[in-house]
Every structure is written in C-alpha cells, then in structure tokens.
Write a new protein. Sequence first.
Length: 625
Amino acid sequence: MECFGAIGTLLGCSAGAAVCGLLFAAFKLGLLYQLFHKTETKSPRHGGESVAEVLRAHGVKYVFTLVGGHISPVLVACEKVGIRIVDTRHEATAVFAADAVARLSGTVGVAAVTAGPGLTNTVTAVKNAQMAESPLLLIGGAAGTLLKGRGALQDIDQMSLFKPLCKFCASIRTVREIVPTVRKALAVAQSGTPGPVFIEFPIDTLYPYHLVSKEFTVKNPPKGLMGKIITWYLNNHLMNLFAGAWETRDVSPLPVDIPQATDDQVQRCIELVSRAKKPVILLGSQATLPPTPADDVRKALEDLGIPCFLGGMSRGMLGKNSPIHIRQNRRDALKEADLVLLAGTVCDFRLSYGRVLNRRSKIIAVNRDKTQLLKNSDLFWKPTIAVQGDAGSFLVRLSKGLKGYSCPKEWPQSLKAGDVTKENANRAKANEKTEHHLNPLKVLHQVDELMAEDSIIVADGGDFVGSAAYILRPRGPLQWLDPGAFGTLGVGGGFALGAKLCRPESEVWIVYGDGSSGYSVAEFDTFGRHKTPVIAVVGNDACWSQISREQVPMLGSNVACGLAFTDYHIVADGFGGKGYLVGREDEDRLNDIIRQAQKETQEGKATLLNVLIGKTNFREGSISV
C-alpha cells in the first residue's frame, strides 16, 4: 500500500487511506483484466474506429463538427466508413444541424467538437435540444486520462457543464468502453422523453497505441525505487488503456423504451371525446416523434375531424388548407371548447401557464414527460385525464377507437370562419403602405404564394418571424423548424444545413430577423462548400424589434435595440452565396426577385434576400418575456 500512496503523492493526490484504497482497487481491477484480455501493442487501430462502427450500425449518416485535434480520429474514421462529415463555422451550428437531422430523420443527430471552448460553444444549442426534446449525441474531446486537472490544453470540468443539460453523460476511461458506452448513449437519447446525451473522449482513448505510448514515456525518471514505481505505473496504465480494445463487441442498437398509454386510459379518453360537442386538439412537437410516422398521425387527426391548433414541429401536419386546421383566434376557441386534448402541448408561457384553458372544459393531457405533462397543474388548470405516453401513437389509437365518430360539423366550420375573417384582415394590413421601405406582411404573403410545395421553413428571429408564423403555411408534416420553448436565436444556419441534407430535393427557406441573421450568416460558406443551397429572407428593419416593441412604451428608451441597415446581401456574396437587396423601389418586381432566387438555389447557389422592411402595428402588444 505504501507504493500506491507514493504514486498518489506524485500524481497530486491527497495521501490518505481512502485515496490509497481506491487507487489500489482500481489498479487491482486493471491488472486482473489484463490477465485475460490482450493488449495489441502493434495494432494501428484507434478508438475513433470504434465510435464510427457504432454510429454506422445505428444508421447515422452525418456527423457535424468544427474540427479539433482532440476529435480528429473520430472524424477520419467516420469518413472511412461512409458517414458524411459536415464541418461548420461554429460549434453551435454543428449542434443545431444535428438537432435538425434528428427532427427530420427519426435517428439520433450527432455532433463532434473539440475540448474546452469547442464544447462550451455548444451549451446553448444543447440546452435548446433538451427543451425541444431532440435526440442528440454530442461527442467531445478531453484532456488525456492522466492529465485531467493538471493544466493540460483546454482541460476543464466538462461533465459538470453537461450533466444538467443531458439525459446521460459519460467519460471514456479505456478504449474497450467506447462501444458499449456509445450504444447505451444512443439508446438513452431516444428512450422515454428524447433529448441530448454527451460523451467525452480523453485524447488518449482515441489515438493509436504507438502514438499514445510516446506520451507515457518518461525520459528522465527519478532513480531508484521511485523511478521504477513511476515507470511501472505509466506502463500499466497504458496497457490497461488498450487491454481488450479490439475484441469483437456487439454494435447493434439497443431496445428503445417509449412510454405508451394503457388500454384503460385510451378507453376513458374515447368516452370523453365521444360526448364532447366542441372539442379542440392542441398538437405539440412531441406528436412528430418516432415511432409513429407523421402521415399516420395526420390521417388519425383527419379521421377524428376535431379542430386542431398546431404548434412547433407539428405545424404543417395537416397540410396547407385543411378544414380542421385552425390558425387564428386560439384563445377564443379555448374559451368555448368543452374538451381540450393537449397532445404533446405543455402548459407553459405559450398557454399562459394554463390560464387560457376553460376551467369547465374536460382536459386530456398526453405527454411522455411527467413533469411536462403536469406543468402548472397545481396552479391554473387540472387535467381530467393525464396520460404519460407517446402523443402520436395515442392519437392513432384514439382514432381507431372512435371509428364512426364525427365531430359536430358546425364547430370546426365556425372556427374556420373566424380564420377566414382574421386572415382577410391580415391581407388588408399587408396592403397598407409603411412609412419607410416594404410592408413586411406583404413580403411574407408573396413568399408564401411562391414557395414550393415541398419547402421546409426554418424560423430564426423575433418580430419578423413572429409575423411569419401567422402568414407562412407549411405544406406538410415536418416542414417547419423553430427553436422550440427555449426561444433560441441563431438556429437558422444549422437547422437549414441539417434540413437540406435530409431533404436535398426540397426548397429550404430560412426566415431571419436582421438581428438573428448575425449569428449564422457565416454558414453561407458552409452551404457553398457542402453543396446545400438554401434561401434566406432577412427582414431588415435595423432593429431588435421584438424587444423595442415593449421596451420603448414601458421604459421610454430604445437603448441597445438599434441596428443598421446592414448589407447582409454583400455578406452572403462574400461567403460564396448570392445576395439580393430588396427595397421599396423593387416592390412591383418582388415576385420576379423571389423566383430568381429560387432559380439560383436550384442551380446550386445559396441565396439571401436582404429585404428592407418598415414598421407595422401587426404584433402590437406581443411580449418577449
């Protein structure tokens, strides 16, 4: 035990019985493992190959990254097995792109970034994925196993950062741990309520034995017994690091556990719905998650015939002109409804914490996450039936159980009439002249009329995007991408990149505010290099208008809200795209400019429309907190 205490002192550990005991136990385990598992010192293989092998077996097609030496073996190995490496200009973009792939493909999105600042740059994007319930694997580099906490390059306590953000966190300690750990992480990301997972890879677990061994060589060890102990310790650590590294291991996907409603719960809900005269469904992003295909959910909703309000990723679920899709006057509809089905929708700020729900209504809440299922139910609302289960499969089962049921036609028709009235008013407002520049509503109406039926819309901004949510109509399921409940700015470049890779034949539109465009306009370089042409529309009013709209009347100051009418079109040109400046003088040929941008994009050029817009009172009274 004395020799282990000496090693502990040399390694900077406290010389105490507990530390010595732990250290002794760890060495004992390593020594025993090495007796039965070979260390192949001549093998050229490296840990990156194990990562790539598991990812390929799980159907991963893309790894998004900003390159760094800590993770180079992962990137090289993935490319060799046919996984496409997509490098971006910011680590946050890499995570946002992986998030988009997860949402659109039904697989886990994967991003790999280097240690330290590479990882800290992803924190916002990972938190956004957590709140949006996107299954995501973040791979991060780390300092070598023996150098943790000893001042190595980019060495920080990464685990403490990501444990609050991720469903699962692990730090690899030996090469043999890579396959089972990555398999487990991918399963956890998709199980229950989906979300991000994180694995850090110390650099010596990823590189080949012959390169790592050079780092374990002590050129001038102390003489005598202490020198022998240090040399033995380092050699044993190295041998244990690679012991059994290349033994055959199962890389196939582990089972994914998704909570489901019980038969009794479904039956009780069937009985409630069958008696309702004015039912309403509020559909959230969770209804688009696997395993139920979006088209099956759409058919179930159409068979039920119940008026639906769609939010988040569920926008577009019912197509462009469905008679049961209600876009306007949600608050009024909820006051009248005698039954509300919250299918993956949460009673957070978006539903005024549940206060918009009529206390006389029967409320069915369905959510995979128990916390989200009952959020604020102790304050402003109470579920009649609360179902912890998958919203998509629940709707399919509900529809089958209500075969022959028909929602009273007068109810959806009256709500649809309200839609028509409100949308006619929006069109009238779009035709009003603003004091300066173009009316943003008119711009959005013309974009909506001209965008292709297969278009995917990426929303990244405040006021301009808030207006777009009322006007732009996603044409089908999984054709709208927004950040979700976190309200994150900067998702545009990454979401569009992931979407274009998943749907290369589709038009991908980024609707930017001029403020939010600054976060990711540099990804026009990425769009060009990776041949992912998208169309960006920047609503440029030289202001953070979402904030200014409330800050000025409430506090009497526009401080920090002003921007400039920046030449974002020239910025796009500089990064290899094609930019257009669109002002009031171009109003009569706006359709032609949009069509030209579409043509440029079809020919492989990412385009940006820098649209100078004026002020309207369309969203007067909207708040951002």
